[in-house]
Design a binder for this molecule. Structure first.
Ligand SMILES: [Zn+2]
Length: 92
């Protein structure tokens, strides 16, 4: 039982390290919420931007085959910003 708990703690620890490394410090960005400079971190993320009309039409034309390959929603790459002072998150 204690072994199981230590494995879970280890897994969470590794996950936390991997997750933390995805954020990049951005010293020049000012937080729009608290006006603090230097506490903002950035990370690149795929952002779902809703239904893609082109993909739906393409899916109808190909009998749904293209939808299986590409999915119905549009994925745009965006930068997520997070202020470490007031915990506000916003997109650029
Ligand atoms: Zn802030």
């Amino acid at each position: 039982m204690t072994e199981y708990v230590s494995y879970v703690v280890l897994a969470l620890f590794i996950f936390a390290i991997l997750f933390a490394q995805r954020w990049k410090q951005a010293p020049a960005i000012i937080c729009p919420h608290c006006r603090h400079t230097g506490g903002v971190k950035l990370r690149e993320r795929k952002r779902k931007t809703g239904l893609s009309g082109g993909k739906v039409v393409g899916g109808l034309l190909t009998g749904g085959i293209s939808l299986l390959a590409t999915g119905i929603s549009r994925n745009a790459s965006a930068t997520e910003c997070r202020c470490s002072v007031c915990e506000t998150t916003w997109w650029m």
